[in-house]
Design a protein around this ligand. Structure first.
Ligand code: E4P
Length: 214
């Protein structure tokens, strides 16, 4: 399973990239707003850190506006993936962009039928939000399993990005479901690398080593 990092914070992206486990980046308007910086500048800086798909989200709600924004964003770097919301206009924009060879990530997916429609429109990626489904008492991972099953059944090549990841458990479950990608906040990524027994083990090894030296 590929790991994308779900942040617009370049320092976090840099630190995560140094670990050698980051395959791409996803951003959204909320993440960009948190940084208080110019959108295009942040995206351009990210392209210099990670050599992989970088999702930049449009804010227009009409297909025409989405296409105009996409036209500017793709000029930044060939790795830019245009992120559009899962709406009829988002699908229209997806079909038009895909026809031109532009990669599209259809976001805010909360049902299998939405994922299927996005794939049919030509999306390279779909982003189902597991955490936000969990928040309303619906098992988010069930949706991942449904989408994986449907895409496999029909041989669809659209990659599934498990989004709205909140815990290391989400990561494990995403991998168990065979998801192509999980996009992970920096804190969750770092947390997923830890185990108390690893820390205890290091402490004991060092203590034993010191006692021999004495
Ligand atoms: C990524 O593509 C999504 O925008 C992001 O994972 C949403 O996460 P959230 O539900 O924690 O805001």
């Amino acid at each position: 399973m590929k790991y994308f990092i779900d942040t617009a914070n370049v320092e976090e992206i840099r630190k995560a990239a140094e670990l050698g486990i980051v395959d791409g980046v996803t951003t959204n308007p909320s993440l960009i707003a948190k940084e208080g910086r110019v959108f295009e500048e942040v995206i351009e800086e990210i392209t210099k850190i990670v050599d992989g798909p970088i999702s930049a989200e449009v804010i227009s709600l009409d297909a025409e506006g989405m296409l105009k924004e996409a036209e500017e964003l793709v000029k930044i770097h060939p790795n830019i993936v245009i992120k559009v919301p899962m709406t009829p206009d988002g699908l229209k924009a997806t079909a038009a962009l895909a026809a031109k060879g532009v990669h599209v990530n259809v976001t805010l997916i909360f049902s299998a039928t939405q994922a299927l429609a996005a794939a049919k429109a030509g999306a390279s990626y779909v982003s189902p939000f597991v955490g936000r489904l969990d928040d309303i008492g619906i098992e988010g991972m069930d949706l991942i399993e449904e989408i994986m099953y449907i895409f496999k059944t029909y041989g669809l090549h659209t990659e599934v990005i498990v989004a709205s990841v909140r815990s290391r458990n989400h990561l494990t479950q995403a991998a168990m479901a065979g998801a192509d990608i999980a996009t992970v906040p920096f804190k969750v990524l770092m947390d997923s690398l830890k185990h108390p027994l690893t820390d205890q083990g290091i402490e004991k090894f060092l203590k034993d080593w010191e006692s021999v030296k004495k």
